[in-house]
Design a binder for this molecule. Structure first.
Ligand SMILES: Cc1cc2nc3c(=O)[nH]c(=O)nc-3n(C[C@H](O)[C@H](O)[C@H](O)COP(=O)(O)OP(=O)(O)OC[C@H]3O[C@@H](n4cnc5c(N)ncnc54)[C@H](O)[C@@H]3O)c2cc1C
Ligand code: SF4
Length: 501
């Protein structure tokens, strides 16, 4: 990279002329930057650069690692406010794009690896933390995008990596040399990977000694040799090829996911952050999901957009003051703010790890993500209720442009007298886009499975909910004889709840 990326436009330029093997609809794509289906996802990511210029406090942070302000997506939290501001930035970007802006997996991976590499070095006197800091400095100086690649295809879900019939269903080391390692396998559903400059690969499950070759973390340039990308299509994505803007619902912005296949991809020693220390896979996943599950506060920004769209269509239809509509809008807001409340509380109630990095509260971050797996679905249901059926029976933009149909459509699809039919159609298409079209990928299914399916959060909550302490509280009040000190010795979560700091 010749000079640091400073704006959305610089960022778009940085993606040109890369030698990437990318398939979409069965064809190799030479120039992803100009592809009408891919372009909206690049626009969404470009917003992370533009916001940093427009609102420095929100989207940049002072990094003691390079001694200057850096894009917040590349910053390792040095105090609780850093985590809180990550959430605020995520909500704002969700509001501005109405989709997934793709840069948080990398941010959460960097925050995780700061402490994990430190902890491995402490145990084994390895040099992963230095490797990591070297990489982080480069990333911060150049202001690059990092994709976080954790999810393997996983094959038979009941089997561990070494038990799979095909060993490549989890990414693993196939050769070790003096200079580095070669890896093989794939990562699935990778958000923004083609829009990134670097990938950080991480294990996807806790590992045992037999899985040692699967215990690998390292950084790889997106355009490294021997990588194939296969683009994931999204609902209604072909509308971006129709030359129609209105029918897309959100012409400018979308998310991006792809399957990444590694066929003997080389990682040099200085870009390896874990290599064989299998017992660190579980804490790595715990910390990453802790950060990432409250990053899903991003969805409250999308919620703000959809609530606004529902209120607008109620207005256009002439029912803004009707009691049940107002009540539904209140309910949508309540659900949205409940997500925000748990996410931001998780960031406020953070604590410092040995490496110096701060990490959020896992009970609250998992509660936040558990809400995210449910509330956006209810918010969408209410938005569709308020929108009316026209949202899914609207004729196409081409029909509106047809001379014969146009007067008929303008006559019969009129809502309130002073509202343009076109505006009514536009807002309905946006609701369609977010509730069952292209950005429903980001608002719904990504909310369900991204950062782990719902059960994954419930497992953590069961493990961490400190039931023994709660049992003692109840037994004490019920007059059952207990050792009194057990209700005054706080376990971890309550130490944070009642901390005086
Ligand atoms: C839009 C989108 C973007 C994403 N972006 C990224 C990304 O950038 N980086 C990344 O690394 N990952 C990403 N993911 C992946 C995400 O983390 C996974 O989808 C998630 O972990 C679930 O894995 P899966 O999709 O393979 O579903 P599965 O694992 O097949 O899960 C399906 C169901 O089976 C259950 N299940 C699966 N295995 C078991 C088991 N052993 N025991 C009991 N129940 C089980 C699950 O709980 C779930 O209910 C993304 C996913 C989506 C949808
Ligand atoms: S789903 Fe949200 S948290 Fe994850 S990368 Fe997209 S915008 Fe960021």
């Amino acid at each position: 990279m010749d000079k640091p990326i400073q704006s959305g436009e610089d960022y778009r330029e940085s993606l040109r002329n890369r030698n990437i093997k990318l398939y979409l609809f069965g064809e190799l794509i030479k120039s992803p930057v100009n592809h009408p289906i891919i372009k909206p996802s690049i626009n969404a990511l470009a917003k992370t650069y533009d916001l940093a210029n427009e609102d420095e406090e929100l989207a940049t942070a002072y990094s003691s690692i390079i001694g200057k302000r850096v894009n917040r997506f590349l910053h390792v939290a040095e105090k609780p406010e850093d985590l809180v501001f990550q959430n605020k930035m995520q909500r704002r970007l969700g509001q501005l794009t109405g989709t997934c802006f793709q840069r948080c997996v990398g941010m959460d991976a960097l925050n995780t690896l700061h402490s994990i590499t430190f902890d491995i070095d402490k145990k084994y006197h390895t040099s992963y933390h230095q490797n990591f800091l070297g990489f982080l400095k480069m990333a911060q100086e150049n202001n690059v995008v990092i994709g976080g690649a954790m999810t393997d295809p996983k094959g038979d879900r009941s089997k561990k990596p070494h038990e799979q019939e095909d060993p490549d269903l989890y990414v693993h080391v196939v050769e070790r040399t003096d200079n580095g390692i070669y890896i093989k396998g794939a990562k699935a559903h990778q958000t923004g990977c083609i829009n990134s400059h670097w990938l950080i690969i991480m294990p996807n499950t806790s590992l045992s000694e037999e899985d040692k070759d699967y215990a690998i973390v390292g950084a790889i340039p997106v355009d490294a040799p021997n990588i194939t990308y296969i683009y994931g299509r999204q609902s209604n994505d072909l509308r971006h090829l129709e030359g129609s803007q209105i029918d897309t619902g959100n012409f400018s912005f979308s998310g991006q996911e792809a399957l990444i296949i590694f066929d003997r991809v080389f990682i040099p020693n200085n870009l390896i952050f874990l290599n064989g220390e299998y017992e660190f896979a579980a804490p790595l996943i715990d910390r990453f999901t802790n950060y990432h599950r409250r990053s899903y506060v991003c969805k409250t920004g999308l919620g703000d957009v959809l609530i606004g769209a529902a209120a607008t269509i109620a207005d256009y239809n002439g029912v803004p003051k009707v009691a049940h509509v107002k009540d539904k809008l209140v309910e949508m807001n309540c659900l949205n703010e409940t997500i925000y409340g748990t996410g931001i509380a998780s960031s406020y109630q953070s604590y410092q790890l040995d490496s110096g990095a701060w990490i959020c509260d896992e009970i609250l971050s998992n509660t936040c993500k558990q809400h995210v797996t449910r509330f956006p679905y209810e918010i969408c249901r209410l938005a569709q209720d308020i929108a009316g059926g026209l949202m899914v029976t609207l004729p196409s933009e081409k029909d509106f442009k047809n001379e014969e149909e146009s007067p008929l459509l303008h006559k019969y699809l009129k809502g309130r007298k002073d509202v343009l039919v076109e505006n009514r159609v536009r807002i309905l298409r946006l609701i369609e886009n977010m509730t069952l079209g292209r950005n429903a990928v980001a608002y719904l299914t990504e909310s369900m499975h991204g950062a782990g399916s719902p059960q994954a959060q419930r497992i953590v909550l069961f493990r961490k909910m400190e039931l023994e302490f709660k049992k003692k509280l109840s037994q004490n009040l019920a007059g059952i004889e207990i050792e009194k000190k057990t209700i005054n010795e706080f376990p971890q979560f309550y130490k944070r709840v009642f901390s005086k700091d």
